[in-house]
Design a protein around this ligand. Structure first.
Ligand SMILES: [Zn+2]
Length: 292
């Protein structure tokens, strides 16, 4: 389904036709935030149209600096853009790969831009635990690194809504493209929240608390298994290829579609825990590679 739908009283979800991606429109008492609008231009426009129909758009929130989440601001230049305090430095660190991915995306669909992509100018940044008021709704911004250093989630205590950025997908495994230790802490923190409605950056939103619990448990078990196998491999002097082989029998969701991501996770964790390998050739940070 790609039609916009209202998941909770305050949130509309706009599924993209690409990447199982979700954008959002959050509204309360006539004020509206756009969440990660995009990645197709018509989808950004659709989000803006919906936002205007619901009230007065007052801001655009970017959950993290990955290429598919940051194309909205240049298409909606009048909206103030908000992101985590580490957004600019994280984007700068991955700028070449990000620009290459945007270029590849636009060439694939024949999008012609009037000017080169420029990183969003942030009207303000926020820190972990900061509370924003939108209309009469209090929103808590949570820094949830592990997939990206600057990633944030939005939690609405009143309704139990979690806008989860690129965590808790039902079709992806956790993409450990920042750090495993940070991702583990992030999931421990999310597991302590009374989540009633969940929207992942990629995958199916749900209001089923059993499903939410299953995703959390499966992702935590997966990361725990990666950690244990990689630590054991490094302790016996295994190479990165041997460590990948030691993780080949692991069980995780959609094993065919996620096989490449799993290998990159194992390679990245091997490097994170002190394994010796060429970081330009293996793992999520290798040359020429960037995830979504
Ligand atoms: Zn991402």
């Amino acid at each position: 389904m790609t039609q916009p739908f209202q998941l909770t009283p305050e949130l509309w979800v706009l599924p993209s036709r690409a990447l199982a991606y979700n954008a959002g429109v959050l509204t309360s008492a006539g004020q509206v935030w756009l969440l990660d609008p995009g990645p197709h231009p018509d989808e950004t426009a659709r989000a803006a149209t919906l936002a205007v129909s619901l009230g007065r758009p007052v801001g655009l929130v970017l959950t993290h600096s990955h290429w598919d989440h940051i194309l909205g601001p240049e298409r909606l230049p009048t909206l103030p853009v908000y992101a985590h305090v580490r957004f600019a430095e994280t984007l700068t660190a991955h700028q070449a790969a990000t620009l290459a991915m945007i270029d590849r995306w636009e060439q694939r669909f024949g999008y012609v831009r009037a000017a080169p992509f420029r990183p969003p100018h942030l009207a303000a940044t926020f820190q972990d635990g900061q509370v924003f008021v939108l209309g009469n709704l209090a929103l808590t911004l949570l820094h949830i690194p592990g997939h990206a250093a600057d990633q944030v989630a939005i939690f609405v205590p009143r309704s139990g809504l979690l806008w989860a950025a690129d965590t808790l997908s039902d079709n992806e495994i956790p993409l450990v493209s920042h750090r495993l230790d940070a991702y583990e802490l992030t999931l421990a923190r999310l597991a302590a929240l009374p989540i009633q409605a969940l929207v992942p950056g990629h995958g199916a939103p749900t209001t089923d608390r059993a499903v939410i619990r299953q995703r959390l448990d499966a992702d935590r078990a997966y990361l725990d298994d990666v950690r244990r196998r990689v630590v054991r491999a490094i302790s016996v002097g295994a190479s990165v290829a041997e460590t990948v082989a030691a993780c080949a029998t692991m069980v995780f969701r959609s094993p065919v579609a996620n096989a490449g991501a799993h290998r990159l996770n194992v390679e990245s964790v091997y490097l994170e825990f002190g394994g010796e390998a060429d970081a330009t050739q293996v793992g999520w940070a290798q040359d020429g590679l960037i995830d979504e």
